[in-house]
Design a protein around this ligand. Structure first.
Ligand SMILES: [Fe+2]
Ligand SMILES: [Fe+2]
Length: 283
């Protein structure tokens, strides 16, 4: 199975679209979606900060841009929330399948992608940038993980449970990690997909591989060292391969760059391999 993992789109109300007064994130999202479509994933997984301003209109704008692509692909869409999102607006515009009327309750979700279970764990604290998992959400997670699954579980969450690489980021990391680790240790979760830090990062948490995607909107400039400088460049998403024996993430930048070797279409590559009696291994 192929998944497209996108994070931190930071869309705003269309009447006030510029992030920090400077950057319209919509062209970057469209660029990312064109790349996603070229890989024909079975699902798009969004790992939070989908809105920058938390307005219902920003989520409507997100639907307007994303859903036609998902419909053309026949792909499922999993919407996960981050610290910039408003739970109430997020629920009412994006999560029509969840029962309404639970106000600011955490937006935990369980999805089934052809036997692959994808759980979304809400790590947000309303009004705060750091993350924390509420005791009731930990109980919900433990109960879901106790249920059988055919192809295993992938866990999505906004605040990547990894040590930070920029000093300032310590002020918005995930709190209570020991409690979460107690629930996840030995649970058999195959991978954690996350976001939040606007830079791709990988590691393990409670023995589980963590794949933190960079941002589709703007990124943190690691060329500046441990300080912080948000920049309009190096945006990307992750192409996730769910195989029988492993889960991979490939960092996919949204931009094209100068060509240095002969270009081949996917069809040309397949024909070339077939002419040599070769085929693409599928697992
Ligand atoms: Fe973000
Ligand atoms: Fe965030």
């Amino acid at each position: 199975m192929v998944l497209a993992h996108l994070s931190d789109t930071h869309l705003r109300h269309p009447d006030d679209p510029l992030v920090r007064g400077l950057l319209d994130p919509r062209p970057h999202l469209l660029q990312a979606l064109a790349a996603v479509e070229a890989h024909a994933p079975q699902a798009l997984v969004f790992t939070g900060d989908l809105s920058d301003d938390g307005t219902p209109e920003s989520y409507q704008e997100l639907r307007r841009l994303v859903l036609p692509v998902a419909e053309r692909l026949g792909a499922a869409v999993i919407w996960g929330n981050g610290n910039h999102d408003s739970r109430t607006a997020f629920r009412s515009v994006l999560l029509d399948a969840l029962p309404p009327g639970r106000g600011e309750a955490p937006l935990n979700q369980a999805h089934d992608l052809g036997g692959l279970r994808v759980l979304w764990l809400d790590t947000t604290v309303p009004g705060a940038d750091h993350g924390e998992v509420a005791p009731a959400s930990l109980e919900w997670l433990a109960a879901r993980l106790a249920e059988p699954t055919q192809h295993g579980t992938i866990l999505g969450m906004h605040h990547a449970p990894l040590p930070v690489v920029q000093d300032m980021a310590a002020s918005w990391e995930l709190h209570g990690q020991a409690d979460l680790a107690r629930v996840l240790t030995g649970s058999g979760v195959r991978a954690i997909l996350a976001g939040h830090f606007h830079q791709s990062g990988f590691g393990t948490f409670a023995g589980i591989p963590v794949h933190a995607a960079t941002s589709v909107c703007y990124t943190q400039d690691l060329a500046s060292g441990r300080g912080m400088r948000g920049q309009d460049g190096a945006q990307g998403w992750h192409l996730v391969g769910v195989h029988a024996h492993t889960v991979t993430s490939t960092v996919a930048p949204i931009a094209h760059h100068p060509t240095i070797m002969r270009t081949r279409s996917a069809e040309e590559s397949t024909a070339d391999l077939a002419s040599r009696g070769l085929m693409i291994a599928d697992s």
